[in-house]
Design a protein around this ligand. Structure first.
Ligand SMILES: NC(=O)c1ccc[n+]([C@@H]2O[C@H](COP(=O)([O-])OP(=O)(O)OC[C@H]3O[C@@H](n4cnc5c(N)ncnc54)[C@H](O)[C@@H]3O)[C@@H](O)[C@H]2O)c1
Length: 321
């Protein structure tokens, strides 16, 4: 692991996809840290400036596929947090080449810019989707990946490139595999929203929540602020690792249990409508989390119930309902 810089030193961090759901949370946590400058590179294809409202960041609008813009954004950076991607299984099934370009070629372009700028510490977003629906639970980094969607394949390729850039060129890299992140600013308006914002949107709109399949399928839901804290800590301490690191906290919740937690957060019953299971959906997902705990011993993740309460409160505050 590279040496930890002095805490007094100003830190310049480039966050690609920094206007997105996870990216804007990362920017908030980083910008709270004295002496930290945050630069966002985002093409706003699935996000808006509103996500960064009140956050002191410099915004560069454009694509990670634009090499010249990327090297300009990378200039003087101490670290890059690369989150820009098309983060949708369904989009990847519909437009596999385009999703490959953004998720894989985009990552390669970031890695090359980080290398050219003097081996800038690089944190990248992979996904638990690389595990597919193999029967082993909990998931751990020693398992053989078995991707089930083009999206999963792009994330596996991206992390593989990043770790190879570490081994081939000495680029300090940390490749996180995120597990079902949820929280404020998650896009419920997307064509294929993630389960927590979809449920919230449906039930706050007065309807039933739609469960594809039996509802027994389960996920390791991780609250976005906990994820952002881990990423910020990784940047500040320049944490690098030769293998991917699962960023999930080891609590598995079925969709039926999630509905129950939602009922508690809302203080009222929630109706359910069942629909047929979807292609590419994974049955169960849960991180073992040993490597994460080793690298981040101070980690205190926010539990699901608390995260859901905060997300519901944010939706009410947003005044959409
Ligand atoms: N949300 C999750 O549960 C989850 C799980 C696993 C992995 N991830 C990964 O985390 C990262 C962030 O995901 P998110 O949930 O915040 O999604 P998001 O869609 O909110 O964020 C992605 C951001 O990238 C931007 N973007 C897309 N294409 C771009 C391009 N070509 N150039 C520059 N910016 C571009 C979008 O405008 C958006 O702001 C992604 O890499 C995603 O694959 C997310």
């Amino acid at each position: 692991m590279p040496a930890e810089p002095s805490v007094d030193r100003a830190l310049r961090v480039l966050v690609t996809g920094g206007a997105g759901f996870i990216g804007s949370a990362v920017c908030r946590v980083l910008a709270r840290r004295p002496g930290t400058e945050v630069v966002v590179l985002d093409d706003f294809s699935t996000s808006s400036y509103a996500n960064l409202h009140g956050v002191p960041v410099t915004v560069i609008e454009g694509s990670v596929l634009d090499e010249a813009l990327l090297s300009q954004a990378m200039a003087g950076a101490d670290a890059v947090v690369h989150l820009a991607a098309i983060a949708s299984v369904q989009e990847s099934l519909d437009r596999p080449l385009e999703v490959h370009r953004v998720n894989v070629t985009g990552t390669l372009t970031v890695l090359e810019a980080a290398r050219a700028a003097g081996l800038v510490h690089t944190v990248i977003a992979s996904s638990s989707s690389v595990y597919g629906s193999g029967p082993e639970l909990p998931k751990h980094e020693g398992l053989r990946p078995r991707t089930e969607s083009p999206y999963g394949a792009t994330k596996l390729a991206a992390e593989s490139y990043a770790l190879t850039w570490q081994r081939s060129y000495g680029l300090p890299v940390l490749a996180f595999r995120f597990f079902n992140v949820f929280g404020p600013r998650q896009n419920a308006g997307a064509a294929y929203p993630a389960v927590v914002p979809a449920f919230l949107e449906q039930t706050l709109g007065g309807g039933a929540v739609t469960i594809f399949g039996t509802g027994e399928q389960s996920r390791d839901f991780t609250y976005v602020e906990s994820v952002a804290e881990v990423i910020a800590d990784a940047v500040v301490r320049r944490v690098a690792h030769d293998e991917p690191v699962d960023l999930g906290f080891g609590v598995r919740t079925s969709l039926l249990e999630l509905v129950h937690e939602l009922e508690t957060a809302l203080g009222r019953p929630v109706d359910i409508e069942f629909a047929p299971a979807r292609t590419g959906d994974i049955l169960h997902s849960q991180a073992e989390g040993g490597r994460l705990a080793e690298l981040f011993p101070g980690l205190r993740p926010i539990p699901l119930a608390e995260g859901l309460r905060a997300t519901v409160a944010w939706m009410h505050e947003k005044g959409e309902r």
